[in-house]
Design a protein around this ligand. Structure first.
Ligand SMILES: Nc1ncnc2c1ncn2[C@@H]1O[C@H](COP(=O)(O)OP(=O)(O)OP(=O)(O)O)[C@@H](O)[C@H]1O
Length: 515
């Protein structure tokens, strides 16, 4: 099955701010941006470029467009989909930055003065080293040096921009938008679209968007499809009360006496070993404190903590292999070690109530950065498939994919067609982690992905790979969901059997922890 995406009536675009008044939040950032623009009106300022950076959907691009409109500047945009090689950047941005427009100082149809300036906008400036942008960073640094026109770079991650470019630019940070500012925007859209919405429903959507205005508007549009009214219960928030269940499992992991109890508790969690290890890592020193009366080592560190971390580091080795090679089979070992490890290395029982905590902020920040990178990876695949720019793929098509993929059949088809990996599917299926549902979509999608992949060179072919690709190619267009499910179960069983046979034990290994 091949799915074509039709983009129409996108509310986030329809309600894109047209004036500074329409922009919510980030007042200070917008003020700094306007001051920079005013300097340009007086002459060429010291910092000829500005970098607007911050998370997605908070108004960076909109602010740039509004700025150009309000100043009467022409808006010249280049995004990653334009294949920014050094050459193209020099040609378009370089030329635009040195010349003034033909109609300088004329008045446009809205009666606004045209100053003859051009605002050169480079989107995704933190993504200049990708395939499309070879040599892009150096070209931009040169263009900034030579320009007589204002240059505006947009980035999610300012650290993704080279130091040379940063030193030549003024940096302005945009922050996430507060929930209370999002509510009036969503309410106004509902009024405009003739939708009656319960206040609590709007609040839920706003809270769930995590400060991303685009996501909030997309979510609102998604829940109102075919409806003129939305109530509280129409909003299904994907999060469940994770904390309560994970805390109960942690008690078994740290304090239990039976491995099977801990393993059973963790199995019901629907957490991946990637998430679980963060929880155990965070709470290990809390559960095995240094001040224990009898378990203190000479250097003051409770040996149970040291031994616990040793086990976790081994589990992390497996996770690293999964990340690198996509061998999800190894999750089993990582999960097993993380779950029964602390209990196995513990030298004594720890009693008393422990207030477990969520994984530290820096780890979550690291994860959010990888979410951003991963979103860009998805956009690369989508832009290749639909021939759209990275920007359109990232901002407009990904939300449609996420909506379509609520349907399992579409999810499998799209995942197979674009060859999404498990991490990418976690994001697209709006899951918190690689849940069983995500894994099932991934496995089923392999039949479609395998059939699409170019044939392997002769010397890579094995009888198995040949058989698999022949079956996949033959079945590609005819398989129903049930047939794909059956095939993927058969394949999984085969793989598990093979894995059990071939998994080698290191020499002298007594248990999973002894190596
Ligand atoms: N501050 C804001 N005020 C009003 N609407 C906003 C704001 N930020 C975002 N939006 C809405 O979200 C849409 C996308 O915003 P915009 O393209 O400006 O985000 P961005 O920060 O540039 O994101 P990205 O980094 O993904 O390109 C806009 O069309 C608009 O509907």
């Amino acid at each position: 099955m091949s799915v074509e995406i039709v983009i129409q009536n996108d509310w986030a675009e329809k309600y894109r701010p047209k004036t500074f008044k329409d922009l919510i939040g980030n007042k200070k950032a917008i003020h700094e941006l306007r001051l920079w623009a005013e300097e340009w009106e007086k002459g060429v300022p010291e910092k000829k470029a500005v970098i607007l950076y911050g998370t997605a959907g908070i108004g960076k691009t909109s602010s740039a467009a509004v700025l150009a409109a309000e100043m009467g500047w022409e808006y010249v945009e280049m995004n990653a989909g334009d294949q920014r090689t050094a050459d193209v950047i020099e040609r378009i941005a370089g030329m635009a930055s040195k010349t003034t427009t033909l109609f300088s100082h004329e008045v446009d149809e809205d009666g606004k003065k045209s100053s003859g300036r051009r605002l050169i906008v480079l989107d995704e400036a933190d993504n200049l080293h990708g395939t499309y942008d070879k040599g892009g960073s150096k070209a931009i640094a040169d263009v900034i040096d030579k320009t007589t026109q204002p240059i505006l770079l947009i980035a999610n991650d300012v650290y993704g921009i080279t130091q040379t470019i940063r030193s030549k630019s003024m940096e302005i940070e945009f922050s996430r938008i507060q929930t209370r500012s999002l509510v009036p925007v969503l309410t106004k859209i509902c009024q405009n679209e003739g939708i009656t919405a319960a206040e609590s429903a709007i609040l839920k959507i706003a809270e769930n968007a995590g400060g991303d205005v685009r996501s909030a508007i997309n979510d609102l549009q998604a829940v109102t499809v075919g409806k003129t009214e939305i109530a509280d219960e129409d909003i299904v928030i994907s999060g469940r009360d994770v904390k309560e269940t994970i805390f109960k499992a942690l008690v078994k992991v740290f304090k239990g006496h039976h491995r099977s109890d801990a393993l059973d508790a963790v199995k019901t969690l629907d957490e991946t070993p990637e998430d679980l290890i963060l929880w155990v890592d965070e709470n290990l020193p809390i559960q095995f404190p240094n001040q224990s009366s009898d378990g203190k080592s000479a250097n003051g560190i409770n040996p149970d903590v040291a031994n616990g971390y040793q086990v976790l580091s081994k589990a992390d080795l497996y996770l690293g292999r999964v990340r690198r090679r996509q061998t999800y089979r190894m999750w089993r070992y990582a999960g097993f070690m993380t779950t029964v490890g602390p209990m196995s290395v513990r030298s004594k029982d720890y009693s008393g109530f422990i207030k477990y905590t969520s994984p530290s902020k820096w780890k979550r920040m690291g994860q959010s950065r990888s979410v951003r990178n991963m979103r860009d990876n998805i956009a690369v695949k989508i832009s290749a498939r639909h021939g759209k720019s990275m920007r359109v793929s990232r901002n407009e098509i990904i939300p449609y994919y996420r909506k379509l993929m609520e349907n399992e059949e579409y999810a499998i088809a799209l995942a197979g067609e674009s060859d999404f990996d498990m991490d990418e599917l976690v994001y697209l299926l709006k899951a918190k982690s690689a849940t069983k549902k995500v894994q099932s979509v991934y496995e089923k999608s392999r039949f479609i992905a395998d059939a699409k992949r170019p044939a392997e060179p002769e010397f890579f072919k094995t009888p198995e790979s040949e058989k698999r690709s022949t079956v996949a190619a033959a079945d590609k267009n005819q398989l129903t969901l049930e047939e794909i499910t059956k095939k993927s179960e058969e394949k999984k069983a085969e793989e598990e059997q093979a894995a059990a046979k071939t998994e080698e034990k290191p020499k002298n290994q007594k248990s999973l922890f002894d190596f």
